[in-house]
Design a protein around this ligand. Structure first.
Ligand code: FES
Length: 133
């Protein structure tokens, strides 16, 4: 199975690619177990040397670059609520679907990445159609 309609904001029930950490040589990488990520929480991981913030909010999964666009601060250390993640340093919130900041001082969007669920595995693809906000 190919990674189908997988986009940022995938629900846990969405069928994803088969296979393990790297589904058939594609860009999909297993980042954690879905059951390990509580709702309204974030997890900082590294994929191919890139910092990635994996988030579960409202039962949906998201992935964004784990770096605030205002300064070099990890977004995964911020609060998650209703599809937004808040930078802990100055309080900018970012829409997890679009990456767009919804409040100052950040003005640049954070890159978002496709997420899919395969069984209990959360997979992120950094290289296929990353959205730059
Ligand atoms: S470092 Fe994130 S809002 Fe300032």
């Amino acid at each position: 199975m190919t990674p189908s309609n997988s986009t940022t904001g995938t629900t846990a029930s969405t069928a994803g690619p088969t296979g393990a950490a790297d589904a058939g040589g594609s860009g999909w990488r297993r980042v954690c177990a879905a059951s390990d990520l509580a709702d309204e929480s974030a997890l900082g991981v590294e994929i191919d040397g890139q910092p990635v913030c994996v988030v579960r909010s409202g039962g949906r999964f998201y992935a964004v670059r784990d770096e605030c666009t205002h300064a070099e601060v990890m977004l995964s250390e911020g609060e998650v609520e209703n599809g937004l993640i808040e930078c802990w340093l100055h309080g900018s919130q970012f829409d997890l679907t679009t990456g767009e900041p919804t409040s100052l001082p950040a003005i640049e969007p954070v890159p978002t990445y496709p997420v899919t669920i395969d069984g209990d595995d959360v997979l992120v693809d950094l290289h296929t159609n990353p959205k730059r906000g």
